[in-house]
Ligand binder design. Structure first.
Ligand SMILES: *Cc1c(COP(=O)(O)O)cnc(C)c1O
Length: 355
């Protein structure tokens, strides 16, 4: 037991911003949140959170759900029919990390866009759109991710995002934003939630990542879409009862943990610059726009999995996302001192690995 405690003390956990512990202020807010049965619609804290989010994102309504995956999947279910096709970047979360949910739960196929850092263009939308023909799946929905996770925490240029959505609407498609980390885009650009959300029929956002909540995500959209999202949430088993205890954390996070994302962004830049000085590591600090730090490792350091294992043994937890690619994530439980330490440990580990 003692060794575990000692180890825990020196572990720097950069696997994800989902590993954050609720702060004491957040725990207090959770304790004090007035509660009701949300399935009956009478949890005042859930209702308050939904109102806050609807107004913040400039939409008519909002629905609180347990996870980001359920937020995306209920949004897909509420805007498609089986046999429909979703235009989405091939590196997006919906494609990689949702257990094939769009196919299993909504009967949808994907038309995959490609492009640097998770971005694509209005022209890609025109190319991937399928005209009305009995042979084809029916193009119905387009989904963008901002910030883009596997794109390296990249932020969409606003005009490009607007162009893509306008083109989609001209073609009669619905538009969804996977905004799991939209908070980071808001803070990094000073472009507000309303402006980022405006081109979209539905937007999902996570409280359980950079904002530091134990669980919970939101879907916002027009009344009719959210009515369908609410039905899908029930069908997928995502209704909760006294969930105000979680919504209380989310309200607290919106008020208290949003501005501090600036610190995570500057920590990420620091990490990127430090990592890039290490022999065998390539990390583009300029492309490190938010809190996700992706870097490539030379084969002389082994592959991502083996290097991560060595980092783990030395107290830095990280994820290998591709064969020669590793991701570090900054968040509210990582201090500047730990960032400096993580760079030093990585440098030492790499030095040994290349010998
Ligand atoms: C984490 C994440 C999700 C899903 O969140 P979960 O709460 O883990 O289900 C969706 N989209 C993106 C881009 C994410 O990074």
């Amino acid at each position: 037991m003692r060794t575990i405690a000692l180890m825990a003390e020196r572990i720097i956990d950069l696997r994800s911003d989902t590993v954050t512990q609720p702060t004491s202020g957040m725990r207090q807010a959770m304790m004090e949140a007035p509660l009701g049965d949300d399935v009956w619609g009478d949890d005042p804290t859930v209702n308050e959170l939904q109102e806050i989010c609807a107004s913040m994102f400039g939409k008519e309504d909002a629905c609180f759900v347990p996870s980001g995956t359920m937020a995306n999947q209920t949004a897909i279910r509420s805007q498609t029919q089986p046999g429909d096709e979703i235009i989405v970047h091939k590196e997006s979360h919906i494609v990689h990390y949702e257990a094939g949910g769009a196919a299993a739960l909504s009967g949808c196929s994907f038309a995959l866009a490609s492009g640097d850092r998770g971005l694509f263009t209005a022209n890609d939308v025109r190319t991937l759109y399928r005209p009305d023909d009995d042979h084809f799946g029916k193009s119905k929905l387009i989904s963008l991710e901002n910030t883009h996770n596997r794109g390296g925490g990249s932020i969409w240029p606003l005009q490009q995002l607007v162009d893509v959505c306008e083109t989609a609407h001209e073609l009669g498609l619905r538009t969804h934003l996977d905004g799991a980390r939209i908070w980071h885009a808001i803070i990094a650009t000073d472009i507000d939630a309303k402006t980022w959300a405006k081109p979209f029929d539905s937007v999902s956002a996570c409280f359980s990542k950079g904002l530091g909540c134990p669980a919970g995500s939101i879907v916002v959209g027009d009344k009719q879409t959210i009515y369908k999202v609410r039905r899908a949430r029930k069908m997928f088993g995502g209704t909760m009862r006294q969930s105000g205890i979680l919504a209380g954390a989310a309200i607290y996070a919106i008020k208290n943990h949003l501005e501090r994302l600036k610190a995570d962004h500057s920590h990420a830049k620091m990490l990127a610059k430090g990592l890039n000085t290490i022999d065998g590591i390539t990390c583009n600090a300029e492309n490190t726009q938010t809190n996700l730090v992706f870097f490539d490792i030379d084969k002389m350091l082994g592959d991502g999995v083996s290097l991560c294992r060595k980092l783990w043994e030395n107290g830095v937890l990280a994820e290998s996302l591709d064969l020669q690619k590793i991701r570090f994530v900054t968040h509210l439980n990582v201090t500047v001192t730990e960032i400096e330490k993580a760079i030093q440990i990585t440098a030492d580990v790499c030095k040994n690995a290349s010998m």
